[in-house]
Design a protein around this ligand. Structure first.
Ligand code: NAI
Length: 326
């Protein structure tokens, strides 16, 4: 099959080059209404989390002959699924590449925020060995609230269990693996009891702005909030108000609701136009990384392997299976 691979970086190419039997054309640009004509004449597009697969784009793709949208990520909230189905486009994804990668990144954000590692390192580089401002807390014995008990939530639970934390979890679909490690509670109970809240649920209409002014009001003063899932889970303006009042004590983000115009590209020469994001970066107790939770060697290898299998399956005429969502 002829596949237009959008939004590709050097590291994507290095891994996707292992895919045999298909003609992959690498396009650096994101997929959007302006770049969709580049897919004219291709059988499939291969896309990532920040590509725009809305009605206008999907219509252009279908008219240009594309029959398959192969997402090289787990989430597909950026694909207008009813439109894809109406247009007869198949959509597949990589449901699981490394839950450990994302869970370990969530733990890294917690450790850095708690023990002020960046600040400490900068001090040492300046020959300043004072400890004022570096005070942390023992993770041991703290209550960690996990929102979402899927693959990443479970991997995260195992890590936090290792630190000796007490685990609470909320999920409309409980499972036995998580129940063996954590106590299932209501969302409100989790807000009320957790010292650290880590989000591991998908972005859905029902989870959009799950963290908002009302939920923050219910949380313990000084709570730590970690989001390695999807930016839209947090109402950023509400969390900024929480940080200013001290209700939110720490915030660790690997995702941001307006990240599409920011992340994955070198913007070091440009002026940040997003004032909300710029404000976030001014807080000493906020740590932001640019959607790198998935970014390990193992995960990239798995993404390429499963994407290749998805293309093979589609080429054989298969239109359903665990990796096909439409
Ligand atoms: P999963 O599908 O295994 O688990 C998601 C869990 O969330 C399910 O158990 C589901 O029942 C639960 N859930 C749904 N609605 C909920 C709600 N309202 N409250 C609490 N739980 C709810 O997914 P997985 O693999 O664990 O991934 C979780 C999320 O992590 C993905 O949706 C994606 O957004 C994000 N992710 C982030 C990456 C990064 O690089 N930062 C990479 C990969 C995934």
């Amino acid at each position: 099959m002829k596949v237009a691979v959008f939004n590709t970086k050097r590291y994507d190419r290095q891994n996707l080059e292992s895919i045999a039997g298909h003609a992959l054309t690498y396009i650096e640009a994101h997929l959007n209404a302006q770049t969709a004509p580049l897919a004219q004449g291709f059988d499939a597009v291969c896309c990532f989390v920040n590509d725009e697969l809305n009605e206008a784009v999907l219509t252009q793709l279908a008219q240009g002959g594309v029959k398959l949208v192969a997402m090289r990520c787990a989430g597909y909230n950026n694909v207008d699924m009813p439109v894809a189905e109406r247009l007869g486009l198949s959509v597949c994804r990589v449901p699981e590449y490394s839950p450990y990668a994302v869970a370990e990144h969530a733990a890294a954000l917690i450790l850095d925020l708690n023990r002020h590692l960046r600040r400490a390192h900068n001090r040492v580089r300046e020959q300043d060995y004072s400890l004022d401002g570096l005070l942390g807390f023992d993770l041991h014995g703290k209550t960690v609230g996990i929102v979402g008990s899927g693959k990443i939530g479970q991997a995260f639970a195992r890590i936090m269990q290792g630190f000796g934390c007490r685990l609470l979890v909320t999920d409309p679909y409980p499972n036995d693996t998580m129940a063996a490690m954590a106590d299932y509670v209501s969302q409100q109970e989790l807000w009320r009891q957790a010292d650290i809240i880590s989000l591991h649920c998908p972005l859905l209409d029902s989870t959009y702005h799950l963290i908002n002014a009302d939920s923050i009001r219910q949380m313990k003063p000084g709570v730590m909030i970690i989001n390695t899932s999807r930016g839209g889970l947090i109402d950023t303006r509400a969390v900024i108000a929480g940080l200013k009042s001290g209700c939110v004590g720490y915030l660790g983000l690997d995702v941001y609701e307006e990240e599409a115009s920011l992340f994955f590209d070198d913007k070091s020469d440009s002026i940040i136009q997003d004032d909300v994001f710029a404000r976030l970066l001014t807080f000493p107790n906020v740590l932001v990384t640019g959607h790198q939770g998935f970014f390990t060697r193992e995960a990239l290898g798995q993404i390429a392997r499963v994407t290749g299998e998805n293309l093979d399956a589609f080429a054989r005429g298969e239109r359903s299976g665990p990796t096909f969502v439409a």
